[in-house]
Design a binder for this molecule. Structure first.
Ligand SMILES: Nc1ncnc2c1ncn2[C@@H]1O[C@H](COP(=O)(O)OP(=O)(O)O)[C@@H](O)[C@H]1O
Ligand SMILES: [Mg+2]
Length: 613
């Protein structure tokens, strides 16, 4: 419980004074609450029954008020009651505000920390994570931790003090009677402990089901197009229903435990009250106890049991918070698999030489998808990688910006092992255009400038021009300020690719990686994208994954990858004649690409024919 505070001490530390102030105030409130029954006692014992046996009416003497008349006593007691209540309300207000304020602020810090940490975690981590789960961890879980911290301070802490004050006062006034009042406490304690544990387990289960649902949501709605075109809604619904039912059952179990707990505490507490009433009433009758004191005792008994009961409610908040704290900690404890090694230095401005030396790599431990890859690209050259789907082409290029680390062998940039360089300085010098370019929410301009800090508007517009983005943006009413929907679905594939190329152009990096940038495009879009790519490739080291002959022919060297191994390499003419895998892929291409007429649409101002292949 308290380790939760320790765990997040970094986020709490700046607010430690507000926290201490808030805690002091709630303890003050607790103290006043303990004092509240006393004016009543004075009224009952000294105002209403002033003629009783005098040795029992010790209160006014004890407070130095013996000389006061009944009316004065009544006035004093009533004003004291009023003053205490007002004071209490004020302290309560301030304390609650302070503690909850700290809660909100500390949580904002933790959320930011989790977000930043998640960003630093490598792809190897994110490959395994479900987005929805990460979302709940940064939102709901953080909120539950806040509830835990605030409840501990604003509910548990004052209640512990109330317990302490009340027990002390009761023992001071009448030890035997106090013992009777406390007789049922052990039973209460055992009940609390027993249920606490079970509720904690059930809450944790419910939390993980929450994540299940969030994951189902994000998986379904991130592929809503596919779902609707394949009319597979029923399948998704079924899947969601299963998870939803799981969450409901887990929630019902928590409720069952919780609702059993509170009444149980009530019954045990009433047992104690009945005991005190029974013995207390007899003692009032035989004159060994004043009625006022019995009332104080009864009020205290309530004060004694209500903390136990609020602990019952707290149980859920605390267990839930603890489970959430663990889930957040899990993320924060995950060390980024890819981080700067000690002694890593900033990468110099790279000339662009890339070399893979007997590199092996796998996504899951020993199951390697790349075996002994040797690949060299000289600065400013174009190297193509081709091969069947699943051969490992994308995996090869992901090692260059160190999205993953090679299991064996080394990746060298300008002859330096990438692991000896600071990751960020390496990645800043590599641009990637993927088959499907992801656009971020923002305007087209923002998307082009994405990843290049401090570029001028002219640079962005020049890149847009070069990548043929300008041609379609010109026709948009808002031009470059047109907002792009999340995931860029409002633009066509070709337009997205052109934006991605402009983005790479603005970055102006010495190394460019193209992972099948034109596959999936129609012939016309491809023409535009290809022209943008030509501009991007000029004067840079390019590694392009491609199947198109036009691209392959242009490459200074082609590597043919199959099942994670390089099976052939050389220039197009050599490979085509060698009779290996390449020539087989090549002849397939010929069959598909029988001299095609490609029309370049009128917006470019010319009509051109091109024979590919
Ligand atoms: N993120 C990943 N996690 C686990 N396995 C992967 C991942 N990406 C690719 N693979 C596997 O690695 C192998 C090579 O994939 P990839 O490099 O994408 O091939 P290509 O780009 O040539 O089609 C395939 O067997 C694929 O299933
Ligand atoms: Mg691929």
């Amino acid at each position: 419980m308290f380790q939760t505070f320790w765990r997040f001490r970094g986020a709490i530390a700046p607010h430690v004074w507000a926290l201490a102030g808030g805690a002091l105030l709630v303890v003050f409130v607790a103290a006043v609450e303990v004092a509240l029954p006393w004016p009543m006692k004075v009224i009952v014992d000294d105002v209403l029954q002033p003629t009783g046996s005098s040795q029992l009416h010790e209160t006014p003497a004890f407070l130095g008020l013996a000389g006061l008349s009944q009316l004065q006593l009544l006035l004093l007691a009533a004003s004291a009651l009023l003053a205490m209540t007002v004071l209490n309300a004020g302290a309560d207000y301030l304390g609650t505000r302070l503690l909850n304020g700290v809660g909100e602020r500390a949580m904002a810090t933790i959320r930011a920390e989790v977000f930043t940490h998640l960003q630093r975690l490598s792809l190897a981590f994110h490959d395994k994570q479900r987005l929805g789960d990460l979302v709940t961890r940064t939102t709901t879980d953080v909120d539950y931790v806040r509830a835990l911290m605030v409840s501990i301070l604003s509910v548990l802490l004052p209640n512990v003090f109330i317990l302490g004050f009340v027990i002390t006062i009761c023992v001071l006034i009448d030890p035997t009677f106090a013992l009777i009042g406390l007789a049922v406490s052990p039973l209460l304690f055992v009940t609390v402990l027993f249920y606490r544990r079970r509720i904690k387990v059930a809450s944790k289960e419910a939390r993980s089901r929450d994540s299940d649902i969030a994951a189902a949501m994000s998986e379904t709605f991130s592929s809503v197009r596919v779902m609707q075109t394949y009319t597979s809604e029923a399948h998704h619904e079924e899947d969601f229903r299963t998870r939803n039912d799981g969450r409901r059952d887990a929630g019902l179990k928590v409720i069952r435990l919780q609702s059993m707990f509170s009444p149980l505490v009530d019954i045990i507490a009433t047992l104690g009250t009945v005991l005190v009433l029974w013995i207390g009433a007899q003692r009032v009758l035989d004159g060994t106890l004043t009625l006022g004191l019995l009332l104080v005792f009864l009020a205290y008994l309530k004060a004694l049991y209500s903390p136990m009961k609020s602990l019952a409610k707290l149980t859920t908040v605390i267990s839930r918070g603890q489970a959430s704290a663990e889930r957040i900690q899990e993320i924060l404890d995950t060390a980024p698999a890819i981080s700067d090694l000690p002694g890593a230095r900033p990468a110099p401005r790279l000339a662009g030489a890339v070399e893979l030396r007997s590199v092996s790599f796998g996504y899951h431990g020993d199951r390697h998808v790349l075996h002994g890859i040797d690949l060299t690209v000289e600065p400013g050259r174009v190297v193509a990688i081709t091969g069947p789907t699943g051969a490992g082409k994308s995996s090869v290029v992901s090692l260059i910006p160190r999205l993953y680390d090679a299991a064996e062998g080394e990746v060298l940039l300008d002859g330096i092992d990438v692991r000896d360089l600071q990751v960020a300085t390496v990645r800043r010098q590599i641009s990637i255009v993927l088959q499907e370019s992801i656009l971020f929410r923002g305007t087209i301009y923002d998307n082009i400038a994405y990843g290049s800090e401090g570029v001028s508007r002219e640079q962005v517009l020049a890149a847009a021009e070069a990548a043929h983005v300008d041609e379609f943006v010109r026709n948009l009413p808002l031009g470059y300020d047109t907002p792009v929907a999340e995931r860029g679905v409002t633009l066509s594939g070709g337009q997205r690719q052109r934006i991605a190329i402009a983005r790479a152009l603005v970055r102006d990096t010495p190394i460019v990686i193209l992972d099948e940038p034109t596959s999936g495009l129609d012939a016309i879009s491809e023409q535009y994208v290809m022209r943008g790519l030509e501009r991007l490739m000029a004067g840079r080291t390019v590694i392009v994954i491609a199947h198109r002959l036009s691209t392959l022919k242009r490459a200074d060297r082609i590597y043919v990858l199959d099942k994670g191994r390089i099976v052939e390499s050389g220039r197009h003419s050599e490979l085509a004649a060698a009779g290996g895998l390449y020539s087989r892929l090549d002849s397939l291409q010929h069959a598909k690409d029988t001299p095609a007429l490609t029309l370049v649409p009128a917006e470019s101002g010319s009509l051109k024919t091109e024979t590919s292949a």
